[in-house]
Write a protein that binds this ligand. Structure first.
Ligand code: NAD
Ligand code: PRE
Length: 301
């Protein structure tokens, strides 16, 4: 018996931006058995040729119109700085039946950009999305088929979103092995400011602080697993993260203020020798993190 073809209602899926996320969507769709035409849009002819050579997509163009014009489903996976321009180009050429989604790390800013670019009909077929999965790598060669397996994807539809478009985007992420949740764009931005954007800000800041000290000492030579685990994400693309933080400024500042207050409290406990208070904070944190790790492992089973 032949398996049910994956996303067979879409003859042609266009992916705009074939870096870590777009490339992983492309590879994941193929691995899941998508048999239609995958077309990419990138920024240069050289990248288009490379994307086809890497077998990310069947065809690729340095021209959004050529890729999106005949598509049934459009996945926008470009950096936030490109979004206004990319969505306006998509709006100009997207067929009237096509479903559109994105992968951006902040959602209110994306919904605002979509509202600037799309008319009401296209807006109804636009389903904002965010895969909560990634690595510190970027570019054409960074993607891999299993990136979204057992990972969460948050969609932020509203009351104007076409249910059929929402179902189609859910089906795409399910085909990639992800678990789909819905929430409002504003709630998404508060949650991700805390669990993703703040950790990136802290990792970059810690490494930058220590790097200034490292000019005077050899401290990095003696750094090991603790430093490497805490700072892996500081190897992420600085321009991408500058723009994510900028796009989610309010919630990031809010969570950064809460963190700075707690850090001040920890500092006071260390300075005054309040071992009990320090232990309480560390104990609560260990319990919370152990719970997170357990839940993550259970999700992966
Ligand atoms: N990096 C992560 O861990 C992660 C995780 C989840 C979501 N996201 C989001 O996904 C999006 C893509 O991030 P990424 O990590 O894949 O970045 P990336 O840099 O790896 O890939 C982005 C790609 O878009 C291409 N691009 C830029 N402008 C373009 C244009 N006008 N037309 C076509 N292609 C264009 C770039 O050449 C690049 O290859 C971002 O919005 C990011 O916030 C990232
Ligand atoms: O694992 C990483 O390297 C990531 O940065 C992934 C990560 C995260 O912060 O967890 C980064 C950005 C996203 O938008 C979603 C996931």
């Amino acid at each position: 018996m032949n398996p049910t073809p994956v996303l067979s209602e879409f003859d042609r899926i266009a992916i705009v931006g074939l870096g870590l996320i777009g490339g992983s969507v492309a590879r994941g769709l193929r691995a899941a058995g998508y048999a239609g035409h995958l077309v990419g849009a990138v920024t240069s002819d050289a990248d288009a040729a490379r994307a086809v050579a890497l077998e990310l997509v069947d065809t690729c163009h340095a021209d959004i119109a050529a890729a999106v014009g005949p598509a049934d489903l459009v996945v926008v996976a470009t950096p936030p700085a490109e979004l206004d321009e990319v969505l306006s180009e998509v709006a100009g050429v997207c067929p009237a039946h096509a479903v559109i989604t994105d992968t951006g790390s902040s959602k209110t800013s994306v919904v605002e950009a979509a509202a600037r670019a799309f008319d009401a009909a296209a807006m109804a077929r636009f389903v904002p999305g965010h895969p909560i999965a990634g690595t510190e790598n970027s570019g054409l060669e960074a993607g891999f088929a299993t990136l979204f397996t057992a990972r969460r994807v948050i969609l932020t539809p509203d009351e104007t979103t076409d249910p059929a478009a929402l179902a189609a985007v859910e089906a795409m992420w399910s085909a990639l092995g992800a678990q789909v949740s819905h929430m409002t764009a504003a709630h998404h931005d508060e949650v991700l400011a805390a669990t993703s954007h703040l950790p990136h800000v802290l990792a970059y800041t810690l490494v930058d602080t220590l790097a200034a000290m490292a000019e005077r000492t050899e401290i990095f030579a003696y750094a090991a697993g603790g430093f490497a685990d805490f700072t892996r994400i500081a190897s992420s693309d600085p321009a991408l993260w500058r723009d994510i933080v900028k796009a989610n400024r309010g919630p990031v500042l809010h969570t950064l203020d809460a963190y700075m207050a707690q850090l001040q409290d920890v500092r006071s406990a260390i300075a005054s020798g309040d071992d009990h208070h320090l232990h309480d904070i560390f104990e609560r944190a260990k319990t919370a993190r152990d719970g997170f790790v357990l839940q993550r492992e259970q999700n992966e089973r």
